[in-house]
Design a protein around this ligand. Structure first.
Ligand SMILES: Nc1ncnc2c1ncn2[C@@H]1O[C@H](COP(=O)(O)OP(=O)(O)OP(=O)(O)O)[C@@H](O)[C@H]1O
Ligand SMILES: [Mg+2]
Length: 263
């Protein structure tokens, strides 16, 4: 089956010209969850944002191609990129609080993507919002959306943010450490919900994390990154159970160290 997202030889430069991402190839199949792992500063977020044609803080995509379905994100105008972003690819960041407007009710912010990007009618958008809130197991889904962002817990707001990202029915979700701010129990719940949501709606996802325990739970395939370059990639099982590269072995050993310390 053809890819939903194809990246070839991606290069991203910092404002001073330093190369932050160097020659990354990435393939994402429909329905697949691809984990991007590596230490802080490896370039994970930079790649996730570049997948939407976006450079953060003055970073620029200076080489390569990004194709979403059969549409290139590189040739189009800024307007085309803006349209694709939010319509076919959506981003879920670590801090849900920063993604919501504090003065607008949560439900209204979720409905927006459905109305403006997915072009649903108001009743369709409301029905889709309710379905998402139910799927994400938010309390009292009929009235949950009436609350303001500060009126719900961190874990609930994180799930609401996933609903907001899904509201436009994107083909691809970029999940950038979406559970890092949550306690471990909530993290496990949100992960399980994310996985079932992605399967149910046949969405594909890039799942960015430095946490191997998290990626083991959710990803089908894993890419290991370091200093903006690919270290190795394979199925989640291959990479975590039988890593080929020393760097990956070190990450895996660190995790095992953490686990045994925790016991
Ligand atoms: N606007 C910028 N200007 C200069 N350097 C930047 C900029 N944005 C990111 N970088 C650098 O690019 C590298 C990759 O950053 P990135 O945010 O992609 O890492 P990451 O893998 O997501 O790390 P983390 O796990 O900490 O989120 C880092 O060395 C970072 O300092
Ligand atoms: Mg990051």
């Amino acid at each position: 089956m053809s890819n939903i997202l194809t990246i070839r030889d991606l290069r991203v430069a910092a404002p001073n010209g330093a190369i932050l991402v160097d020659g990354i190839d990435l393939d994402l199949a429909p329905g697949e969850i691809l984990g991007l792992i590596g230490e802080s500063g490896a370039g994970k977020s930079t790649i996730g944002l570049a997948a939407m044609g976006y450079g953060r803080g003055g970073c620029r995509i200076v080489g390569g191609t990004i194709t979403l379905g059969d549409t290139s994100l590189m040739d189009g105008s800024r307007a085309t990129r803006e349209k694709m972003r939010g319509a076919r690819i959506a981003y879920v960041a670590q801090s849900a609080a920063a993604a919501f407007n504090p003065a607008i009710r949560i439900g209204e912010q979720i409905v927006e993507g459905a109305l403006y990007h997915a072009k649903m009618t108001r009743p369709e958008a409301e029905a889709w919002k309710l379905e998402l809130l139910k799927t994400l197991q938010l309390p009292n889904p009929e009235t949950f959306g009436d609350r303001y962002p500060h009126q719900v817990s961190g874990g609930q707001l994180q799930r609401a943010m996933v609903a907001m990202a899904m509201s436009c029915r994107p083909d691809v979700l970029v999940l950038d450490e979406p559970t890092t701010a949550l306690d471990v129990t909530t993290q496990i719940e949100v992960l399980a919900l994310l996985r079932s949501l992605i399967q149910r709606y046949k969405t594909s996802a890039l799942y960015i994390t430095h946490d191997l325990a998290v990626v083991a739970q959710i990803a089908n395939r894993i890419m290991v990154l370091r200093h903006g370059k690919l270290v190795e990639e394979g199925t989640a099982e291959q990479v975590l159970e039988a890593p080929r590269e020393d760097y990956t072995r070190m990450l895996v050993a660190e995790r095992q160290g953490n686990l045994s310390n925790a016991v």
